[in-house]
Design a protein around this ligand. Sequence first.
Ligand code: TXA
Ligand code: MG
Length: 319
Amino acid sequence: MTRIAKDISKAIEVLNAEDVVAIPTETVYGLAGNIYSEKAIKKIFELKRRPLFNPLIVHVDSIERMEEIVSHVPDKAKRLAKAFWPGSLTLILPKKDTVPDLVTAGKDTVAVRIPKHLVTLELLQRLDFPLAAPSANPFGSISPTSPLHVEYYFGDKLSMVLDGGDCENGIESTIIGFENGKPVLYRLGSIAMEDIINVIGEIEVKNKKENAPNAPGMLSRHYAPNTTTFLVDDVEAFISDKLDKKIGVLLFSKKMDNPNLAHQEVLSSSGSLKEATSKLYATLHKMDKLDLDMIVAERFPDKGLGKSINDRLERATKK
Ligand code: TXA
Ligand code: MG
C-alpha cells in the first residue's frame, strides 16, 4: 500500500534516504526526489517510465535557493518571478555546473519554480536540497490532482504520498524560457498568457513539437485518458450519428438536453474558466473509469485559461 499521509517529518525521512515522495503543489502532484541523489532521480524516471532525454523541473522555496542552481537571471525573468512566485510559473534558466546532468537531461539550462502550497513550501524549507519533481503520472497520461490519483498510478511502488488535499489550480505550470535574450512560452498552463503579457509584454509561443525542439516534453499526444477522446466545436452535431455508442460529454457551463448520453460533466455552471481548469483533470480521471466508448469535449473559449484547457484537450485527443 502506498502511504498517504500528512506527515512532513516522515516525507523528510524518506527523501533523506534517497527515496521518492509524491508532493502536493497548487498545480498538480509531483514525484519528488533530491536533485543531488542519482538514486532518487533514477527512480523518478523509472516510476514515470519517462525517457532520460526529458528533463525535470526543480522546486525551491526561495530566490536564494534558486541562485544555488542558476547562473544568470535575465531581467524579464526577475519581473516574472516577482509577479508570480510562489506560484504556477516555471522558468528555464542557465544552470550552474552543480546541477547533475541527469536532472536536466544534459541541457545547459534548468527548469525551476517556487510552488504555492504551504505543505510543500514547509517541506522545502526543512530540506537541505531542492526537489526535482515532474508531474506524478506515468509518461503520457493525465497529471494527478489528488493523492488518490497518485496512488492509482503507482500503488505500492511508491513509498509515500504527502497529502496536501486537492490541487487548487489543477493544471501544470506555465513554462517560460529565453532564446537569444527573448522570452519564449513553451507550455500554456495555470497562469494565463494574458497575465504574462501584462508583466513582460508580447511573448513568442513555441508549444508544439514542431517548433520547440528545446522543450522535449511538448509531445503532441500527452495528458491523455485511455478512453478515446474528441475535442469539437459542436458536440450535438458531432454525436448525432453516434448515439448507439456509450458517450460521455465534457462541457464548459451548460448541460445538454439529450437523453441518449451515458454521462455528462459540466466544469463550471457559473462559466468560470478558473473553476473549469481546476476541475479538468479530476473530471477526466473520473470519466476515464466509466467504461465509456468515447469522451467528447466541447472546445473552450480561446482566451485566458480557456487556451490552456484547449491545449490539454487537444493533446488528449491525439493518437
Ligand atoms: O506544474 C508543474 O509544472 C508540475 C508540478 C509538479 O510542479 N510539474 C510538471 O513537470 O508539470 P513535468 O516534468 O511533467 O513537465 C515539465 C516540462 C517537461 O515537458 C520538460 O520537458 C520541460 O518541462 N523541461 C524541464 N526542464 C527543461 C529544460 N531545461 N528546458 C526545456 N524544457 C524543460
Ligand atoms: Mg507532466
